[in-house]
Design a protein. Structure first.
Length: 71
């Protein structure tokens, strides 16, 4: 996948061979750098502050779409 260096997000402690912690902004979703079919998902479609995130297969639901604001 073609991620620009500035578009990558690291979400966990680095472990050799663990590809589940590298994510990239792809349009309005945040996809796994090595498997674009897996995206960051708001667990249980929760809308509360502090909701948990998880990696999940992309299904197109609102809890998998993000508004990215670059500052």
């Amino acid at each position: 996948m073609g991620c620009a260096a500035g578009d990558c997000l690291h979400t966990g402690e680095w472990q050799s061979g663990n590809r589940k912690v590298f994510w990239c902004v792809v349009g309005n979703k945040i996809a796994n750098r090595y498997d674009e079919s897996e995206v960051l998902d708001v667990k249980g479609e929760c809308k509360d502050d502090g909701a948990e995130l998880c990696g999940w297969k992309y299904k197109g639901s609102d809890n998998q779409h993000w508004h990215i604001e670059y500052v």
